[in-house]
Write a protein that binds this ligand. Structure first.
Ligand code: PLP
Length: 480
């Protein structure tokens, strides 16, 4: 690594990226390439001799960027956002520059200690109970994704209950969520050896605004106990993926507690909003939870990946995930004086991800972060109003945060063609390249999702997106 070469090349790269952001609105938001496009454009083996950075950047411009879907485009309204920011980018850069591997405290004390401090800071912004802070028996850890977060806590919970009831009972363990719970829970169950028939995704409907009903949880638990099974884990969601439904944490938490279960709360997307006092009530009842997760890389200006997980009992994680091979032994770990994050996660190696979250918290500050969230929620409200004013459309689920679920109504109330109509509208809109939205199915209804949350989105982008939606809807309705 030649420092001067790095300086020169990195400046070029930053220029390239800055130009990318300057021109980002000119790209089709959803990549329009066909499968296999890239192998036709690139050679089938690596070069023998070095090429110049400029040659590579030329290829990025002409061959890679057409195959990129531009998540940072202000016209991106699909899935949930995946934010980047100058602070997040600088933190990523610094992390790449230092490039340490912080699995144990000794491998870079600052990496472990900064992560503990920054997650304590964020826990305080979210007003999480003190039990989640590193100063007690709990603490925070940065996982790559919400999927890894739910997996590690499910493993901790599984092993905790098996220590009580005996390893042979694994086939009797039951996990609960709702039919709106992210598929990450199902994957965690698959990896965690939970019998597929013992995963309960309890039904929700429009009458409960797609939230998990405590009655149905109680009923399912009672039934499972009666047939000799062992309920041990509930994952509740604050801000479900389909429609941002919020499960009632307090009541659900009390049910899990009275049944000796682990209570996990997945607030992957909506957790960020809870730094605003007016949205904090959505996690009321969090004191009942054993673990809580939010993705700073979704809606908190922190570049991917950065999924913040807090647990009340760090030893439960460590008991499940710790190994202690000779080649990693060191004085600090042996003396039990430090946190070794390798024992809180699946992989051994880990990046210095706390740097970017620290940068975000310091370079923006709480007030700017709150304004950022509020602005997106205002833009989503604005979009919701636009939809409501056009009688051809309908808002189909209550908007709580920055996601609007809506659909185009079929002519003459012909419900038979409603799903196809909305499917076709989604395709038509996304094919324009002018915006990108995604879909879900709610109560059997094909539903369009408009998720505001890209950092560059302004009211003009929302208005322009709505115009495209209206125009494509008119064309479709005329063609029927
Ligand atoms: N949980 C919820 C509520 C989500 O919305 C998502 C993704 O959108 C996930 C979990 C999975 O996130 P990840 O990609 O970080 O695993």
């Amino acid at each position: 690594m030649d420092a001067e070469q790095l300086r020169e090349n990195a400046h070029k790269m930053v220029d390239f990226i800055a130009d990318y952001y300057k021109n980002i609105e000119n790209f089709p938001v959803l990549s329009q390439v066909q499968p296999g496009y890239l192998s036709k454009l690139l050679p089938d083996s690596a070069p023998n001799q070095p090429e110049s950075l400029q040659e590579v950047l030329n290829d990025v411009q002409s061959k890679i960027l057409p195959g990129v879907t531009h998540w940072q485009s202000p016209d991106y309204f699909a899935y949930f956002p995946s934010n980047s920011s100058i602070a997040g980018f600088l933190g990523e850069m610094l992390s790449a520059g230092i490039n340490m591997v912080g699995f144990s405290w000794i491998t870079s004390p600052a990496a472990t200690e900064l992560e503990m401090i920054v997650l304590d800071w964020l826990a305080k912004l979210l007003k999480l109970p003190d039990d989640f802070l590193s100063t007690g028996q709990g603490g925070g850890v940065i996982q790559g994704t919400a999927s890894e977060a739910v997996l590690v806590v499910l493993l901790a919970a599984r092993d905790k209950v098996l220590r009580r009831v005996g390893k042979d009972a694994i086939g009797k363990l039951v996990v609960y969520g709702s039919d709106q719970t992210h598929s990450a829970l199902q994957k965690a169950c698959q990896i965690g050896g939970i019998h597929p028939e013992n995963c309960r995704f309890l039904k929700t409907d429009a009458s409960s605004e797609y939230a998990l009903s405590p009655e149905s949880l109680n009923e399912a638990i009672s039934h499972d106990i009666a047939i000799g099974l062992i309920p041990f884990f509930l994952s509740a969601t604050v801000g479900t993926t389909s429609s941002t439904a919020v499960d009632p944490l307090l009541v659900l938490g009390k049910i899990t507690k009275s049944n000796g279960m682990w209570f996990h709360v997945d607030a992957a997307y909506a957790g960020s909003a809870c730094i605003c006092p007016e949205y904090r009530h959505y996690i009321d009842g969090i004191e009942e939870a054993d673990s809580f997760n939010m993705n700073a890389h979704k809606w908190f200006l922190t570049n991917f990946d950065c999924s913040a997980l807090w647990v009340k009992d760090r030893n439960a994680l460590i008991q499940s995930l710790s190994t202690n091979p000779e080649f990693l032994k060191n004085k600090a770990s042996e003396a039990n004086m430090v946190v070794d994050y390798k024992d809180w996660q699946i992989p051994l190696g880990r990046r210095f991800r706390s740097l970017k979250l620290w940068m975000v918290l310091r370079l923006y500050g709480l007030e700017n972060l709150q304004s950022y969230i509020r602005n997106h929620i205002e833009l989503a409200k604005h979009f919701e109003e636009l939809v409501s004013q056009d009688p051809r459309f309908q808002v189909v689920a209550p908007r709580k945060f920055s996601l609007v679920c809506f659909c185009l109504l079929p002519p003459h109330n012909n419900e038979d063609c409603a799903n196809k109509l909305n499917h076709d509208l989604l395709d038509a809109v996304n094919s324009t390249g002018k915006l990108f939205i995604s879909h879900t199915v709610l109560s059997g209804k094909y539903t369009l999702r408009f998720a505001v949350g890209a950092p560059l989105t302004e009211e003009r982008h929302v208005n322009a997106a709505w115009k495209v939606l209206q125009g494509e809807a008119s064309a479709l309705l005329q063609s029927l």
